[in-house]
Design a protein around this ligand. Structure first.
Ligand code: HEC
Ligand code: HEC
Ligand code: HEC
Ligand code: HEC
Length: 366
């Protein structure tokens, strides 16, 4: 247990928020939930922790959404509950907030930064014109004296703040604004440090809550353009922090005088906010959800004429999302499995799409 706590404390604290209704999860709290509920006694994360169950930093496979986690926990639930009862006599309950926090925590393992390549970083640095000022006689400080080499986001902040100087230089040389990819940025950091970068820098990040990030997003004028159809929510799935910082750098020219300088931590919060809102479940299809409910036998217990002591799906309508589904199934799963056993039915399999469709169906009920 001790080991897990140490590991957790080096992890990025990110708040994951979703569209209206979904409970925002917090990765730092999620690390504690993971520990307190004993998940880590069986599951490893990146090879550290228990070894009696799949490593949750890589499984379940697929784009990591709340619905994917819900499907995995549903499918593997019965075996887990048996093991937990066998080992500690009981299955600890999960609240919806704890399920959201767990999701946020596991999510951070899926979207960490890639390792930077110093040699490629040196080439990018020259190709993008950085070297013209930052190498030796150019006047600006050489990379080995940069204060901001701790992580790609702090570096991106310094770059963002001195974009005016850069813009002048670019104008004089009649070139285009030097666009960067997330990888370019990570490689420049590696070059500046003279070593491969990676987890070390990222672990310094401390995210504010989603709300603080949203406030900043408005204060810094981002929300003026990014609303409605231009909203960034759900658009940039699976981006790393460097990708998002690079995307900001790339539209410095478009922003012109609207660009506001950023204080330390502000860039981190902004990027953390952008990172958290990229995260949505796909919308489900209620008609397809009804088919799932019929084919997998859910309606035989949860339908209009409920059986085996099951609640009617109508009682859950309008407020069931993936994280609540995780918690409800986790808490009621054993009783449900027993009811299925009495009826001689096997535990049905659900994939991510089936979960999304089922939720859409249940929520559409009157
Ligand atoms: C007593 C051991 C044990 C504990 C404690 C435990 N699990 Fe599991 N878990 C397992 C086993 C074993 C499997 C694989 C089951 C199977 O193959 O069907 C599994 C599978 C999973 C999977 C699916 C992984 C995949 O391959 O797709 C997820 C997700 C998961 N567990 C999450 C959790 C979470 C979250 C907790 C804590 C709330 C937890 N587990 C606690 C033993 C455990
Ligand atoms: C027109 C000249 C010029 C160009 C071109 C330029 N910079 Fe700068 N840069 C400066 C100046 C001036 C400063 C502020 C003073 C200092 O740190 O030397 C600065 C500061 C920085 C800092 C902060 C240094 C620290 O101590 O943390 C970073 C990071 C940085 N630049 C990165 C870049 C990158 C990456 C590029 C290429 C995309 C670039 N710069 C292109 C002039 C330039
Ligand atoms: C003047 C209008 C304007 C303002 C102000 C603005 N943006 Fe943008 N932003 C755009 C446009 C247009 C694009 C798409 C163009 C592109 O890809 O270069 C974009 C793209 C982005 C992207 C990449 C999205 C993706 O998925 O490709 C990010 C991230 C982003 N903006 C963040 C911000 C942040 C953070 C701020 C505030 C500091 C901000 N923007 C302010 C107009 C704006
Ligand atoms: C054999 C009967 C039976 C079948 C089939 C069945 N369930 Fe259940 N389910 C139950 C029972 C009984 C409970 C309540 C257990 C309890 O009270 O702890 C339950 C509880 C639930 C809950 C938690 C409800 C709450 O109040 O939070 C959800 C969600 C759920 N089931 C979903 C499903 C889905 C989805 C299917 C089909 C894939 C399904 N069930 C199939 C019997 C069944």
């Amino acid at each position: 247990m001790k080991k897990l706590f140490v590991m957790a404390s080096t992890v990025v604290c990110v708040s994951v928020a979703w569209g209206a209704g979904l409970i925002p999860g917090n990765a730092e709290r999620g690390a504690q939930v993971f520990d307190a509920k004993g998940c880590g006694s069986c599951h490893a994360l990146n090879g550290r922790g228990g070894n009696g169950a799949p490593d949750l930093a890589s499984k379940p496979r697929g784009r990591f959404t709340p619905a994917l986690l819900a499907a995995a926990m549903w499918n593997h639930g019965p075996r887990m509950w048996d093991r937990m009862k066998g080992e500690s006599g009981s299955v600890p309950a999960l609240t919806p907030l704890e399920a959201a926090d767990l999701f946020a925590y596991l999510y951070t393992f899926r979207h960490s930064e890639e390792q930077g390549d110093p040699e490629r970083g040196r080439k990018v640095f020259e190709a993008k014109g950085c070297a013209s000022c930052h190498a030796g006689s150019g006047g600006a400080s050489p990379v080995n004296r940069w204060r901001s080499i701790g992580d790609p986001i702090e570096l991106a902040r310094e770059m963002w703040n001195h974009a005016d100087r850069m813009a002048e230089a670019v104008q004089k040389s009649k070139k285009d604004w030097p666009r960067l990819t997330g990888r370019d940025l990570a490689d420049i950091v590696a070059y500046a440090r003279g070593e491969p970068s990676g987890q070390r820098g990222v672990s310094r990040l401390a995210m504010a809550s989603a709300e603080t990030g949203e406030t900043l997003f408005r204060e810094k004028g981002c929300a003026k353009c990014h609303t409605g159809a231009q909203s960034l929510a759900g658009k940039s799935a699976s981006r790393t922090f460097s990708d998002l910082a690079a995307a900001m750098w790339n539209h410095v020219p478009e922003m012109g005088s609207r660009r506001r300088s950023l204080r330390p931590e502000e860039m981190t919060r902004l990027v953390g906010y952008l990172w958290s809102i990229q995260y949505f479940d796909e919308a489900g299809d209620p008609a397809a959800g009804l088919r799932v409910a019929v084919e997998r036998g859910c309606v035989s217990c949860h339908g209009r004429l409920p059986a085996a002591g099951a609640p009617r799906f109508t009682a859950l309508a309008g407020r069931l999302d993936s994280v609540r589904f995780i918690a409800n199934v986790w808490n009621h799963g054993e009783a449900m499995r027993n009811a299925m056993g009495v009826n001689g039915k096997p535990w049905p399999h659900l994939d991510r799409t089936a979960v999304n469709n089922l939720l859409a169906y249940i929520n559409s009920l009157q």
